[in-house]
Design a protein. Structure first.
Length: 458
């Protein structure tokens, strides 16, 4: 088989800045050993996130010039609306400035104290918006999804029996909606099968509860269904997306992921009364319903991006390029969440650095080392991000996994960039015994990972 190539050629380039190891040592020290505090100009390859970091196409850029900035009834809105309707089959399409704005609107209407929202795994902003309303966010992931070393096709699936049991115990009147996140971002970018979407819908319907999709990576999920699930190999990506959304009563979306743009989102609904309430809230906090906090040009770029993201050549390259990085690391023995997900590779830092205990932040140690050695920026997802102190003993309670995420921006880096990232990691793995743990010297009371400062333990 021939190499799977980038399905585009490059028309406009953006230089990246090279630094020396000496310079990076100073930069990292000044940033308190926290890569979130490094200037992006000092990063060579930035794998901090795949959110809002996509390269837009020439057609999207021409759409930006062509955008209609009319306050009400903009032509760009109608193009956007038509595209989202075509994919989701939903009647009411509400633009928002990003995914969490759609979440805030739906959960401030549906949420509140005493309410529960099950999901395969809630993304942080989804959980935060639910909890902010006073409601509770519940994760009901299937068992294989919880084991990084098990290879399975659909590790993002919800545990359907657990959902049925949860609804019976909690009372259907306390569950305004059930959600499925496709793909499961917090669970390693693992896909959800069509079978699972159908079964979750059946259970929810039995109790009269609507199903919503957190659809940020709907096209990547559809591609996994096409190549892994029986009965879908001859269907087009659009047909698979349409079937996925056909089981849903609503969807939230961050266009910063699978709409290939730098800002934007939407809420899609079937119920007209709910859409009316959401639009009324949108007007107060985001903007008029035909722009929702975005410029007309943004809507134009989203519409075009949604079309491009469903191109099979694009998805083939996209999923393969993530898998390619994963394979290189696995062949060097580096422990990662298997199989590679759609948008990122997650390193298992506990197995990478068994000599550094969770309270000395093994993930942070890897993140710092790959910046020092190669100028690569990644993010720790472990005790720094999710560690909590016991109220009585003051001891750190660590999450189940210590991970480092390498998120791949869409259409931004070429194969040699990815080869370089693999080389940096493989080298670090060879001298892993030399890596040291860290301790925190400053932390904020909430979301500490963004601003914390560290010191190396000698
Ligand atoms: C990014 C993301 C969101 C939130 O979207 P923003 O545009 O960052 O507000 C919600 N859910 C999932 C699964 C995401 O990946």
């Amino acid at each position: 088989m021939k190499t799977i190539i980038e399905p585009f050629r490059i028309k406009s380039v953006e230089p990246i800045r090279f630094t020396t190891r000496e310079e990076r040592e100073k930069i990292l020290k000044d940033a308190g050993f926290n890569p979130f505090l490094i200037h992006a100009d000092d990063v060579l390859i930035d794998l901090l996130t795949d959110s809002g970091t996509s390269a837009m196409s020439s057609k999207q850029w021409s759409g930006i010039m062509d955008g209609d900035e009319s306050y009400a009834g903009s032509r760009s809105f109608y193009r956007f609306e038509e595209m989202v309707k075509k994919i989701t089959g939903m009647e009411f399409i509400i633009p928002t400035h990003q995914g969490r704005a759609a979440e805030r609107i739906i959960f401030s209407i549906a949420g509140g104290p005493g309410k529960y929202f099950p999901n395969n795994t809630h993304f942080d902003t989804t959980r935060a918006n639910i909890e902010f309303s006073g409601a509770e966010a519940v994760d009901l992931l299937n068992e294989t999804g919880k084991h990084p070393e098990i290879r399975a096709d659909f590790k993002g699936d919800m545990n359907v029996e657990a959902l049925d049991k949860f609804i019976q115990e909690t009372g259907k009147e306390n569950i305004p909606l059930v959600m499925l996140t496709v793909t499961n971002n917090s669970g390693g970018g693992q896909p959800v099968s069509m079978k699972n979407i159908r079964e979750v819908k059946e259970v929810a319907s039995k109790y009269g509860i609507p199903l919503f999709l957190d659809a940020c990576r709907f096209a990547e999920n559809a591609y996994f269904i096409k190549i892994r699930e029986e009965g879908y190999k001859d269907k087009s990506i659009l047909e698979i997306c349409q079937e996925m959304f056909s089981y849903a009563d609503g969807a939230t979306m961050s266009a910063k992921k699978d709409a290939l743009v730098n800002i934007g989102g939407f809420l899609a609904l079937r119920n007209s009364d709910l859409a009316m309430s959401c639009r009324n809230l949108l007007i107060v906090t985001e903007g008029f319903p035909t722009y929702g906090g975005l410029a007309g040009r943004d809507l134009e770029a989203v519409a075009q991006g949604l079309e491009e993201v469903m191109d099979e050549n694009y998805l083939h390259y996209r999923i393969r390029s993530t898998e390619y990085l994963g394979e290189k690391m696995l062949s060097a023995g580096i422990p990662i969440i298997e199989p590679p997900g759609g948008h990122a590779i997650y390193i298992d830092a506990k197995r990478f650095l068994p000599h550094i205990p969770p309270h000395q932040f093994p993930g942070q140690s890897i993140v710092c080392e790959i910046y020092l050695d190669g100028g690569v920026r990644a993010v720790e997802i472990g005790s720094v991000m999710f560690g909590k102190y016991d109220k009585v003993t003051g001891k750190l309670k660590s999450p189940a996994m210590e991970l480092v995420r390498l998120a791949i921006p869409r259409r931004v880096y070429t194969q040699s960039h990815i080869d370089y990232v693999a080389e940096v990691l493989i080298e670090a793995y060879e001298y892993k015994e030399k890596l040291k743990g860290y301790e925190i010297t400053y932390e904020a009371p909430m979301l500490r990972h963004f601003t914390a400062r560290f010191k190396q333990i000698n």
